[in-house]
Ligand binder design. Structure first.
Ligand code: XBP
Ligand code: MG
Length: 259
């Protein structure tokens, strides 16, 4: 039997590598459609990922670049309009099956579901983005496996604030000490830890700032598949080639016994 009762997953960068080839080109398509000469290349986008939330990221870009907007435009209206267009482009990419789940994600979700481990999502992205990603994962009904999908603007403060994780815990009716969280970014790690989710796994990606995720007890390159072994960058897989419920339970019990 496992010590923890639920797995709480981040979405972008964790369930799927959505940022560089998904959100980023969607933002650029929205800028071009609006006749703006703004373009976020991969390097600039990684810098901008320091700000979570697409609307917040656009606002930060305008301010940090000192862009002088057309005075006849309401800045908030422009940001909202650009973000709606970006989301439309992003959803179209998801519907085209452009963004698959990361290695091992579906395997771990299936294992958790079979073992009666409850599943939740805590993400900064837009709820419709989550639904569409799950609906196009290739696993029919995957969206319904998650008891809780806490996403986007439903909380006043986005990651690294703990709000979205605290909402997911409240909706699960569980304490942070009963759960394991899975994240990919510095902001996500800070948010999870601030919510008391000390049993925390990080699966890194190209955008992960390694120095930022060292606070997590277990950091791997990805969850692993039988033909694609996972590698621990911090912590220990105890010889396992996959991150499975046993690996997560060992990490969970180690964290809890040290608490
Ligand atoms: C990642 C984010 C999101 C996405 C863009 O969320 O910060 O803002 O980059 O999506 P997480 P939106 O890692 O918490 O899943 O444009 O819908 O915000
Ligand atoms: Mg993320």
């Amino acid at each position: 039997m496992y010590g923890f009762k639920a797995l709480i997953f981040d979405v972008d960068g964790t369930l799927a590598d959505t940022e560089r080839d998904g959100h980023r080109p969607a933002f650029n398509a929205a800028f071009e459609e609006a006749g703006l000469d703004w373009f976020w290349d991969p390097g600039r986008y990684t810098e901008l990922l320091a700000v979570t939330g697409g609307k917040e990221r656009i606002r930060h870009f305008i301010e940090s670049e000192g862009i002088r907007l057309d005075p006849t435009l309401d800045p908030e209206d422009l940001v909202a309009r650009l973000h709606r267009a970006k989301t439309r482009h992003y959803l179209a990419m998801l519907r085209a099956g452009a963004i698959p789940l990361r290695p091992g994600v579906l395997r771990l979700l299936r294992e958790a579901r079979l073992a009666g481990i409850r599943l939740a999502i805590a993400t900064t992205t837009t709820p419709e983005n989550v639904a569409e990603l799950l609906d196009h994962s290739g696993e029919p009904g995957l969206r319904d496996w998650f008891e809780v999908i806490a996403a986007g603007d439903v909380v006043p403060r986005k990651k690294p604030a703990p709000d979205i994780f605290l909402l997911a815990l409240a909706e699960l009716g569980l304490d942070a000490t009963e759960c394991v969280a899975v994240e990919d970014s510095d902001n996500g790690v800070r948010a999870a830890l601030a919510a008391g989710l000390e049993a925390l796994l990080v699966t890194v990606n190209e955008e992960t700032a390694l120095e930022g995720v060292r606070a997590a007890p277990l950091v791997v390159d990805h969850l692993g598949e039988p033909d694609l072994p996972a590698r621990a960058l911090r912590g220990d897989l105890n010889g396992s080639r996959l991150v499975d419920l046993q690996v997560l339970d060992r990490m969970y019990r180690r964290v809890r016994s040290a608490a």
